[in-house]
Structure formats: structure tokens, C-alpha cells
Design a protein around this ligand. Sequence first.
Ligand SMILES: Cc1cc2nc3c(=O)[nH]c(=O)nc-3n(C[C@H](O)[C@H](O)[C@H](O)COP(=O)(O)O)c2cc1C
Length: 266
Amino acid sequence: MKIFYFTTTGNCLYIAKNLGGELLSIPQMLKQETTHFKDDIIGFVTPCYGFAVPSIVCRFMEKHTFEADYFFAVMSYGNILAAGLSEFEKLANKSNIKLNYTNEMLMVDNYLPGFKVEDQLAKAPSRKIDEHIKTIVEDINNKRENSVGKLSVGMKIFSAIIHRYNKSLKPTIDNRFSIDKQCNQCGTCAKVCPMNNIIVETEPKYQHNCTFCLACIHNCPEKAIHITGEKSAARFRNEHIKLKEIITANKTVTSPAQAGQVVCHS
Ligand SMILES: Cc1cc2nc3c(=O)[nH]c(=O)nc-3n(C[C@H](O)[C@H](O)[C@H](O)COP(=O)(O)O)c2cc1C
């Protein structure tokens, strides 16, 4: 079993590790020559971004082909998934993948302009994350089948409005980030950025090729990076995942151009 995952604060990596199999980081796979993947089971574990699929995951799906007897997708989210999974299903269909099984995982929301990390962490125990993961593991081991649930009309309209907003986001969105005097030029921000968008000189310099994943902000050991409108000074990383695992998953490519930039049209 191969599992492709994308993570910035560890939730998806935590899910993927629990599912087992061969774990393949999407930012790393985008650097490789291989364009076709084959296994008996292939799974995708991705966060929901803006009720949709992160653009880096879109690019990975669009550039690769897959062959398996059983396909699954798990999407982690923090508050409202809305069309997230159905957007992933559309993307998969475009790659000729018929998903046999999908599920969602309500975890901790890392969207700092929307939520206080402290409030999100307080909600986590009631979300019974480990119990839910166990159910998913059992479902996949038994190759259970299901289909993505239908959205209500209201949710479809809501999602469409947000999708329009997502498409308006430009790679220059890193103009919204600022660095405070706690920065000690450790370079962690550059290492966790899946876009190779940060060069650390006297302080981190953003190259305006941002995919808006907030990895740099959450993983800064000094909490020195900020986004306008952030709801708390606290930062989040899944308690079971180490910083070095995020670095290994996302560490920089050789040039910003190689990292590319896409807008998801799913
Ligand atoms: C840019 C951005 C957009 C997000 N949009 C949503 C969303 O639409 N709905 C939601 O419930 N969570 C949203 N989230 C929260 C993440 O989906 C959630 O925290 C996820 O578990 C993070 O996974 P990771 O730790 O593997 O990166 C968003 C996070 C970011 C950074």
C-alpha cells in the first residue's frame, strides 16, 4: 500500500502513519521523475484548504497517474469540510481514479486568521481522533466501499463563494507575513516550506511564490512569523509529530522555479 500525504502541521502525517504502508510526501514526489505509481492499494491523505484541495495536492494529482485495485482518500479538516472531499473526488476522477472509499477526519484547525489555536486544542479531545482513525484503518483493511456524501444546496452555494475567493489568492500572499525580533535566522521556515519560497539571510525573505499553507508560521521555533489578522500568538503542531518529520516531508527543492505554482481548478 502506498499513501501520498501532504502536511504542514502534522495532522495528515499522523493519520498516514496510523494507516501504515509506504508513506510518500507529495512535495517530495513532485521533485521526482516518476510520474506513474502502482500498488494494490493507493491512498491520499490531505488537509482541506478553503473547502477544497490544497493547490500543491492538485498539482500532484494532475501530473501523475495511478494504478491500483483499491483507492481511498482521507481529508483532515478543522471546522467545516463542506465540498472538500467532493472536490478531491473530482480531481481524482480527472486522473481516471475511481475512489473506492473516502472519509474525513475532524482534527485541530491550523488556519490562524480564522481561529485561536488554544480554542481548537481545547476541542480536540471531544473529536475522538484516535477512535476515528481506528475505524478508518479497519475500513481500509477490509477494503470497504462508500461514496462521497451529497452536499446540501446551501453548502454548494457557500462552497462556490469560497472557491471564488480561493482563486483570487495570489502567490504574493506572503506579503501578509511579517517577522518579529525573536527571529534568530535558524532557517526552519525555509526547511518546512514546500515551495522553497523562503531564503534566510539576515532574516527570512519571502520570494512571492507562496502556496499559503502556513507551515513557516506554525513551525517557527521562536513563533517569530506572523500573518495579518492572526487570532492567536500560539502555534500548532500535532503532538505526535516532530518538527524534523515536517522538515523531511517538505524540505526545500533546489530552486523556487522547480517548486512551481498552480491554482487548483477542481
Ligand atoms: C490555508 C488553509 C485553509 C484551510 N481551510 C480549511 C477549511 O476550509 N475547512 C476546515 O475545516 N479547515 C481548514 N483548514 C484547516 C486544516 O484543514 C486542518 O487544520 C488540517 O488538519 C491541517 O492538516 P496538517 O496538520 O496535516 O497540515 C485550513 C488550513 C489552512 C492552512
